[in-house]
Design a protein around this ligand. Structure first.
Ligand SMILES: Cc1cc2nc3c(=O)[nH]c(=O)nc-3n(C[C@H](O)[C@H](O)[C@H](O)COP(=O)(O)OP(=O)(O)OC[C@H]3O[C@@H](n4cnc5c(N)ncnc54)[C@H](O)[C@@H]3O)c2cc1C
Ligand code: SF4
Length: 492
């Protein structure tokens, strides 16, 4: 292709407008827990893929934590080759259908997409290529066509045993990567079912759970075993896993699942929920929940959600779907300082959620039965920036007022579990996050590796996958240095 032909081809691609991704209308979706976004059709997906200009620098790949070869996948889709486009995403990601739905693409791949920056001849701009939606489109289509996840070939058995603590995206990635390399993987988790936050957190309207079930089926087919309702560090220690149960290596992917507390009076009242408790009760069936944590949350007529991140949006949108009349999100700064996705706030607003900015709770007030009945709120104003770079909210004296509340949800962020860190012979920092070698994921104990939120703090599905892949590479190197067990060597 000559330079002129190439320039024309790029201009043609830049002139294609972004294809709308269909959604349920707000009126429809508040009546169900189905995914908000509907599937693209094949024609729209191909047209959207044709917007990619296949730029040689591909900044989208650098911005993607698992470095998906996005241009190659989109060129395949543009040519109508859905199966190979999906295979291209699977070369670098263990959970592309989930990332396509859940990544904050505007600050990752799509935020770096040249198509979103290019000025057209008429001076106009267009949004970036809808990379995430195309990633889930092709991988969903592949699973549909092939009857489930493609099962990778299993390597020759090494006889070596891997214990994986935590079945979130980091742990599942390590299990997949190491069992395909011939190691025996067992995944331990304290919840009744595997999946980590993919099951016990992220609501169905953002990602349907049957994708997770199919993935677990595929992993079982690879020989991965799942042991649930066991708390490592309490029921069994890491040392016991290694010394007594003969696991050669351990991967810690325990996440950052401890919800922060507000520490205001009345937090112990009935119907004041921590975000995860509210979300799992609101979104899951009783048989997926521990015996002491079953039944829908009591919501009544007025739900107040405290916090302004993505988890709060998951909570307000769950409350709306549980049929509540008034749902309010209370946040102490303004919308400009909110850290979550704009898209999620737009969805929440469309669904009828109210926002009270520059406001914080002073206390929760109970009725005679010990259930919350009101929240006393205080107005805030912004002063100088704090250590996060955002302007610090300070209370406006005498601005207290009360609002009715039949249910309160506290969604002000998550941390790693201090009890787990205390029970393990591994180094952690002051936030109880496990310290690792950033290149390998190895801890100070040579046979223990870690990754995901327990290392990074509350983060993303895709960064947990990236950590799982990195750790698996080095765990395999470590296991290979031990060689196969005598039994495995004899069987070769
Ligand atoms: C409500 C919510 C919504 C989110 N939405 C998004 C989103 O839209 N997009 C996105 O990219 N990210 C989202 N995230 C963040 C994302 O889910 C996490 O970053 C990701 O799941 C981290 O993966 P992980 O494997 O490190 O840990 P997790 O997924 O947290 O899994 C850790 C697992 O370890 C288990 N565990 C912990 N301690 C022990 C123990 N001692 N013994 C046994 N098991 C243990 C836990 O039970 C859990 O199952 C969301 C998080 C939450 C809470
Ligand atoms: S994994 Fe996330 S960041 Fe990477 S291409 Fe997919 S949607 Fe974009």
């Amino acid at each position: 292709m000559t330079t002129n032909e190439r320039t024309d081809a790029i201009q043609n691609r830049l002139s294609i407008p972004r294809q709308a991704v269909p959604k349920q209308t707000p009126a429809e979706r508040v009546r169900n827990f189905d995914e908000t976004y509907l599937a693209l059709d094949m024609n729209a997906a191909m047209v959207e893929a044709a917007r990619c200009i296949d730029c040689p620098s591909a900044p989208c790949m650098d911005a993607c934590p698992v470095h998906n070869d996005i241009p190659a996948a989109l060129m395949l889709l543009d040519a109508g080759d859905v199966l190979n486009a999906a295979a291209k995403f699977r070369e670098t990601s263990t959970l592309p259908e989930m990332c396509g739905r859940l990544c904050p693409q505007e600050s990752l791949c799509e935020g770096a997409c040249v198509v979103g920056f290019a000025i057209r001849p008429d001076g106009s701009k267009q949004p970036p290529v809808a990379i995430g939606r195309l990633e889930s489109f092709v991988t969903d289509a592949q699973r549909r066509e092939q009857g489930g996840f493609p099962i990778p070939e299993r390597g020759v058995s090494s006889g070596r045993k891997v214990a994986i603590v935590g079945s979130g995206p980091a742990g599942l990635t390590v299990a997949e990567e190491l069992s395909t390399r011939g190691h025996e993987c067992a995944v331990f988790d304290m919840w009744p079912e595997p999946g980590g936050v993919l099951r016990y957190g992220i609501p169905n309207f953002k990602m349907r759970k049957d994708i997770l079930e199919e993935k677990l089926e595929m992993l079982r087919g690879l020989g991965v075993t799942f042991v649930n309702e066991i708390r490592i560090g309490e029921d069994v220690t890491l040392a016991q896993l290694h010394d007594r149960d003969r696991y050669d290596v351990i991967f810690i992917g325990t996440g950052a699942g401890v919800g922060n507390r507000l520490r205001v009076p009345g937090e112990e009242l009935r119907n004041v929920y921590a975000a995860t408790d509210f979300l799992v009760r609101g979104n899951l069936t009783d048989d997926e929940l521990p015996a002491g944590q079953r039944g829908r949350p009591f919501v009544g007529s007025d739900v107040v959600v405290i916090g302004g991140g993505d988890t709060s949006m998951d909570c307000v949108r769950t409350a709306i779907r549980l049929g509540v009349e008034h749902v309010t999100c209370v946040y102490r700064r303004t919308e400009n300082e909110m850290l979550g996705r704009t898209e999620e706030r737009v969805h929440a607003r469309e669904e009828g959620v109210q926002f009270a900015y520059l406001t914080t709770p002073a206390r929760f007030v109970g009725d005679d039965d010990g259930a919350v009945s009101e929240v006393e709120l205080v107005r805030m104003e912004l002063s100088e920036p704090d250590e996060s770079g955002r302007r610090r909210p300070v209370q406006v004296p005498g601005s207290e007022y009360t609002v009715p509340a039949t249910c309160v949800v506290i969604a002000i962020g998550y941390n790693a579990d201090p009890d787990f860190a205390g029970s393990a012979p591994i180094e952690v920092n002051q936030w109880h996050l496990v310290k690792v070698d950033q290149r390998t994921g190895q801890t100070n104990v040579p046979y223990i590796f870690a990754g995901g939120d327990v290392v990074n703090g509350a983060d993303l599905v895709v960064t947990a996958i990236a950590d799982g892949k990195r750790a698996a590479t080095w765990l395999h190197t470590y296991l290979s240095s031990l060689g196969p067990t005598a039994a495995a060597a004899a069987a070769r």
